[in-house]
Design a protein around this ligand. Structure first.
Ligand SMILES: [Mn+2]
Length: 294
């Protein structure tokens, strides 16, 4: 059993649609803590990192809100980096830009692998992004490409190696993201790969690919799930992971006993139906942390 720490990061400045700042509340109200305590884990909730409110800010000219996002992510990273290495952090977003803080913060200064479970690759840079929204850019920055203010969260340059990243659930990429996946040779399992191989084989290949890392961070974007199941997300894309595919992926990751930290991001209760999306994400988390059918 693990010692789990929960940290909310109610940041929505990286997203194009509002409401994802309520994600931490939605996940807590969906009984995240109880679900994990029930499995025998020890859990401490550290509350939320203070995140700026859009209405109280002036957007910058170039990359809107980059300074505020960098500040919030740095606070999250500092808080997480003070945890003992054996503690398992669960970070509640917020939009996916929070991973700019959670991944360096959870790395314990070790070689860290990242399993990015998402409909999108989040591999845009400010120069390739069609929307300019930073939640479509965190993975590119973690790989060392993009805006200095965001790279500076961990002191500049790449935070992780391209060979230590695996993407699962992809079905919507911009041209610049496709180019970066090919150029950096990032291992990417699109929905086509999942349909062809089955999620069990994909999980095994992903784990094999990441076998040399010392820490393994799972960054789970709720929009990886099919929007029929999980409608409470800002950027839904049809044809996502089914209920069982997502559970099986989590169960197989749990069996491997290699995951050391987790993000749960992009849950938007404002766009949801009776908190369904947060409830499913909590179920997925329980599977990742050892809930078994038998
Ligand atoms: Mn994402």
């Amino acid at each position: 059993m693990s010692k789990i720490v929960v940290l909310g990061i109610p940041l929505d400045l990286g997203a194009g649609r509002r409401g994802v700042d309520m994600g931490p509340s939605a996940l807590r109200l969906a009984q995240l803590a109880n679900a994990l305590i029930h499995l025998g884990h020890e859990l401490e909730d550290l509350g939320n990192i203070e995140a700026p409110v859009l209405e109280a800010m002036k957007p910058g000219n170039d990359l809107p809100y980059a300074d505020a996002i960098a500040r919030t992510c740095r606070l999250a990273s500092q808080k997480l980096s003070r945890l003992a290495p054996e503690v398992f952090p669960i970070c509640l977003g917020g939009d996916h830009s929070v991973s700019l803080g959670t991944i360096p913060g959870s790395s314990s200064n070790r070689r860290t692998g990242v399993l990015w479970i998402d409909a999108h690759a989040d591999l845009n840079t400010p120069s390739t992004s069609p929307s300019g929204n930073i939640h479509g850019m965190p993975l590119a920055h973690l790989l060392g490409k993009g805006d200095e203010r965001l790279l500076d969260i961990w002191g500049g340059g790449p935070m992780i190696r391209p060979e230590d990243v695996v993407l699962i659930g992809l079905r919507s990429l911009d041209p610049g993201e496709k180019e970066l996946v090919h150029r950096l040779e990032v291992r990417a399992f699109t929905m086509k790969e999942i349909d062809k191989r089955g999620i069990a084989e994909v999980a095994a290949l992903a784990l094999e690919h990441l076998k040399d890392v010392e820490r393994l961070h799972v960054s789970f974007d709720a929009d990886a799930l099919d929007p029929v199941l999980a409608p409470g997300v800002g950027t839904p894309v049809p044809g996502g992971l089914s209920y069982r595919e997502a559970h099986l992926l989590m169960e197989l990751l749990a069996d491997a006993e290699v995951v050391t930290s987790l993000d749960l991001v992009e849950v938007n209760p404002f766009l949801d139906i009776q908190n369904t999306t947060a409830k499913i994400v909590v179920e997925m988390t329980a599977s990742l942390l050892g809930k078994r059918i038998l």
